[in-house]
Design a protein around this ligand. Structure first.
Ligand code: ZN
Length: 219
């Protein structure tokens, strides 16, 4: 079976515990015993974002121990920039939440991103992260693409704000519903990420991603 590593933690100073997304969109825990003390084998193969093929002997247990593994693709190249690693961390962040893990069909998309991650320019990585977050929100049922106000049907020209569980709302309906502007996500962000990413302010994009992660984290 093929899997993408979502996260890794060290346990007992000898073992590595991995969370991995399988190609059937199931999330599993995999233990690699002894890897941290091994002189022959390296932990690099299990870097988050890596794609591996695993042979599992006893797949009925909660935590699987593979009999064999092979690294198929690594998101880290020989000269990977620090930016690229930070961006990779941002890409994988929503998938670390168990609520998200159990509700998505995202393997093929994630595979297509991490497979060539090291070869993408950082600006393109940001675009992909934003699109990835949008697709996750859509699959979780909290993103809508309306261009009219969800309350009064008024046509909006990029000046609405998106609210979780509501949709895109005009300013007067936002005030009437006592929603704070600081908790909304600008409609402009949704449109720009689909249309012309060059116009997007990256700081904006990063703070929006934080808002989305916080929202997804809160029960
Ligand atoms: Zn309205």
């Amino acid at each position: 079976m093929n899997a993408i590593i979502i996260s890794q933690v060290k346990i007992n100073e000898t073992d590595l515990l991995l969370t991995a997304l399988l190609d059937d969109d199931e999330t599993i825990k995999i233990k690699i015993p002894g890897i941290l003390k091994s002189k022959k084998r390296s932990t690099n193969s299990f870097y988050p974002g890596s794609v591996l093929s695993f042979v599992i002997a006893n797949p009925t247990k909660n935590i699987l121990i593979p009999k064999e593994h092979e690294l198929l693709y690594s998101p880290v190249g020989d000269t990977t920039a620090y930016d690229s690693l930070v961006n990779l961390e941002a890409l994988l962040a929503p998938l670390k939440l168990s609520y998200v893990q159990n509700s998505l069909e995202i393997y093929s998309l994630l595979f297509s991103l991490v497979k060539d991650w090291a070869s993408f320019e950082p600006v393109n990585q940001h675009y992909m992260i934003d699109r990835f977050y949008q697709i996750i929100m859509k699959q979780l049922g909290i993103f809508h693409e309306e261009t009219i106000c969800c309350k009064c049907d008024k046509l909006l020209n990029n000046n609405g704000l998106f609210y979780f569980h509501h949709g895109i709302m005009c300013n007067s309906c936002r005030s009437a519903n006592r929603l704070s502007a600081s908790h909304g996500i600008p409609q402009q962000w949704f449109q720009l990420t689909f249309e012309n990413y060059a116009d997007i302010d990256l700081r904006y994009s990063i703070s929006i991603r934080k808002t989305i992660l916080q929202y997804i984290k809160s029960p």
